[in-house]
Design a protein around this ligand. Sequence first.
Ligand code: SAJ
Length: 426
Amino acid sequence: MKYDLCVIGLGYIGLPTASIFATRGKKVFGVDVQKNVVDTINKGKIHIVEPDLDVLVRAAVQSGNLVAGLDPVPADTFIIAVPTPFKVTAENPRTPDLAYVETAARKIAPHVRAGNLVVLESTSPVGTTEKVREWILDEWKSLASGSASATNSARLSEDWIAKVQFAYCPERVLPGQILHELVSNDRIAGGLTPEAATAASDLYKCFCNSEIFLTNAATAEMAKLTENSFRDVNIAFANELSIICDRLKINVWELIRLANRHPRVKILQPGPGVGGHCIAVDPWFIVDSAPKEARLIRTAREVNDSKPHYVVHKIQDRAERFKSPVIACLGLAFKADIDDLRESPSVEIVHDLATKKIGKLLVVEPYVKKLPAALASFENLQLTDLPGALAAADIVVVLVNHREFSRVDRKLLSEKIVIDTRGIWS
Ligand code: SAJ
């Protein structure tokens, strides 16, 4: 079988992308290092939670256009969509860890040919697309040195690598709306050369209904980081305002509502902190690249990261007046109406309260059936339903603005201390 595309990494971005290409007629080979993920996908099923993704993947696999495996195969285009977490180093505890991208680049190297396009989609520090090119060339060199094959020797030439196109094309989709946003969001195609940018743009036109803007790879890499940093800085502004307003005894929700009536002001919403895998991570990639210059971006991260501790202190302060307080904690997810608890400030807050043994904790999270591992072993904490928690609680803390919570009858709260970090009842 000759494949149009080989997609490395079948997670939140790689799987929807591979599937949508497959349903648009491309022959796609998806690669993942986890055997259970590969087996699940080959059965037409999914291993992640995302609305309607199951239908798309089933259609892609049943059409015969999407096949998954553990190792890359030759294709016209390679897309790398693997994670880019942090690693702790002596200089910086949040150094971007490019190990997965490097492994992916080295694994596709034996299959990459002149005329191919290699696209990086993983959120990456500026300069990573250039590194992908270097890793592939480096791999070619070691392949050639250990082989008498004419093809491998030919690959040593700069001429060959010059005929491979490299581009950075970030996704900008919102978890929970991935399938819709994949098709309707504008995209950026940043090439190491103008030809590479054009080739990448032509590729995504296959399913992208919006505009695709061409630029160089470094600008595209920085654009992705900038978008999430912009949001982080603006959320930090709202979070700082909420703390200032507590001190000045002003209702921050009313304040923001009123300030936003100005035609050029659009303040975001305060919360218990910033969670998820993107906004709380990506700004640090900019700080790592320009530590002296990225002062505001770093401070915003610090403001948002400190917000959960502020919330815990506030609860602790209110709990002091009770001998054995019962505290209802509403929500564990990192944002409204999803089941994703990873990197959630709400989990951090509940964990901190449980560790400090501040009282009996009644946790309500309608999107999960059991507590996450981080909270499972505490004796002073239990997962319960909303009516039960509200009836028993002395203190009610809103941590997530799930729709279900905003419908609560306020009369049930009249005798309680309420700490509403999301402003749903204000
Ligand atoms: N949050 C607030 N106040 C707000 C808005 C959000 O406290 O006014 C909090 C949320 O509760 C959550 C966190 O911020 O804890 C992040 O939520 P989000 O909905 O803003 O973003 P994500 O992480 O789900 O997705 C973001 C998106 N980026 C932008 O909106 C600029 C998405 O488009 C990106 O594709 C995604 O990051 C990513 O993968 O980079």
